[in-house]
Design a protein around this ligand. Structure first.
Ligand SMILES: [Zn+2]
Length: 431
């Protein structure tokens, strides 16, 4: 499967010699790098073919995990003489008993590192019928490559590896080091991935470094995600009394009471109408979502109703106030019903300042490469950047993507992959 670099192209890196590094002025260096990158379309397609074939679905979804993909990435790093280290998080559910996290560093000069983070795991294909080709066999159509993982997060993996290869091939030593992190388990919470890596080996990173997770973005490349809303997931259990559906007066219908409670929660949530234009969407959101299955037959009046609400709170929106108001709604049901509210997930809001160095550098680089003025934004979703921010590392999320992740027929643009690499390369020279 591994056909990323033909053997002849790999030769020559072995006598890598720092003293032979050529010195050019910065603009010439950036131009040389961009020119080199923009001729690499075939390599990106080849790389995407190998990465997609690795089927890095996590064990929760019956997959083998990331090891095959990790070995592929390590082989490429080794062929480029890039030192790397594999950090293994124990996980007895996968063959080999470990989830791989790879950290590679390129460059000797400068005391700062630009860290780029990509996750190796992918979500399962989902509805097989909705795919027009095998999700794990790359299909190319012009500039686009189709397959599970091509965008999420292999576009980033490919950008990172092609940038590293470019720097090696051109014998460039930018004033900022390039750090590459390939992570496990992003799709199921990063417990075996970045969260674990930061807990156990957090000293790899220093707060003065630059941090970008290219795992989110917009089709024009004009959004730099610097903030995430707080995440609050609530579970509501409404209890009534089950009976035969033909004699409803004998029971207390929990489905009906639960439905009334949902409407009341929605009504209450409208009070939290704080707005912040930095965020997309600009308000806190309160969304009733999952409902658990109740009775197994049409003729049973349900005595229990369980549903959930997904809340995303803007900074400044008081979670205690929201909890108090929702709790009071559970106390005001009709006689014969009881409701209980539980917090099943709480994740505080995290943000990097729009004045952070990396935001300014990224904006300059995006303007140079894509010709657009990017703006900082906040989102309701959660990314790996929140783990970094919580540890005091001012991380941002950026890439130029079509937002096809998790969909059938997921795809990614080869041109955007190379241009993203050019953006990151430009930052390395922006010391
Ligand atoms: Zn992702």
């Amino acid at each position: 499967m591994f056909n990323y670099l033909a053997p002849s192209r790999r030769a020559g890196y072995s006598n890598w010699d720092l003293e032979k590094v050529m010195t050019h002025n910065t603009n010439q260096e950036i131009e040389r790098l961009q020119k080199w990158l923009y001729g690499r379309s075939e390599e990106i397609a080849s790389l995407q073919t190998s990465l997609t074939g690795a089927r890095a679905v996590g064990p929760e979804n019956g997959g083998p995990g990331e090891m095959e993909k990790a070995l592929l990435i390590e082989a490429i790093l080794a062929s480029l003489n890039i030192p790397f280290q594999r950090y293994e998080c124990p996980d007895p559910r996968v063959e080999g008993g470990a989830r791989p996290n790879i950290v590679a560093i390129l460059g000797e000069k400068g005391d700062k590192t630009l860290w780029l983070f990509a996750h190796m795991d992918v979500v399962p294909p989902g509805d097989a019928e909705a795919w027009t080709s095998d999700p794990f066999v790359l299909k190319q159509s012009g500039d686009l490559v189709f397959g599970r993982g091509t965008e999420d997060n292999q576009q980033a993996i490919a950008s990172m590896l092609i940038l590293a290869e470019g720097l090696r091939s051109l014998r460039m030593e930018p004033p900022v080091k390039l750090g590459l992190v390939f992570m496990a388990d992003e799709e199921r919470g990063s417990h075996y991935g970045l969260e674990w890596l930061l807990e156990t080996h957090g000293d790899i990173f220093s707060p003065g470094d630059y941090f970008i997770a290219p795992d989110g973005g917009s089709p024009d490349g004009d959004i730099i995600e610097i903030a995430e809303k707080a995440q609050l997931w609530l579970k509501f259990t409404v209890s009534g009394k089950q009976c035969h559906a033909s004699i409803p007066q004998e029971g207390r219908n929990a489905l009906v009471a639960g439905s009334r409670l949902i409407l009341e929660l929605v009504r209450i949530s409208q009070k939290f109408n704080l707005s912040n234009p930095l965020f997309l969407p600009p308000m806190s959101t309160f969304t009733p979502t999952m409902r658990e299955a109740n009775v197994p037959a049409v003729n049973i009046l349900p005595g229990k109703d369980v549903f959930y609400m997904d809340c995303r709170l803007l900074p400044g929106c008081d979670p205690q106030k929201a909890l108090k108001d929702f709790e009071s709604a559970t106390k005001s049901l009709e006689d014969g019903f009881e409701a209980k509210m539980e917090v099943v997930q709480w994740q505080p809001a995290t943000f990097a300042s729009p004045q952070t160095e990396i935001v300014k550098k990224l904006k300059r680089a995006i303007f140079d490469v894509y010709g657009v003025t990017a703006r900082p934004a906040g989102i309701g979703g959660a990314t790996v950047a929140s783990f970094l921010r919580k540890k005091g590392f001012p991380a941002v999320v950026w890439s130029c993507i079509r937002n096809t992740c998790h969909q059938p027929n997921e795809y990614s643009s080869i041109t955007a992959t190379l241009k993203d690499a050019a953006v990151f390369g430009r930052i390395l020279f922006d010391a």
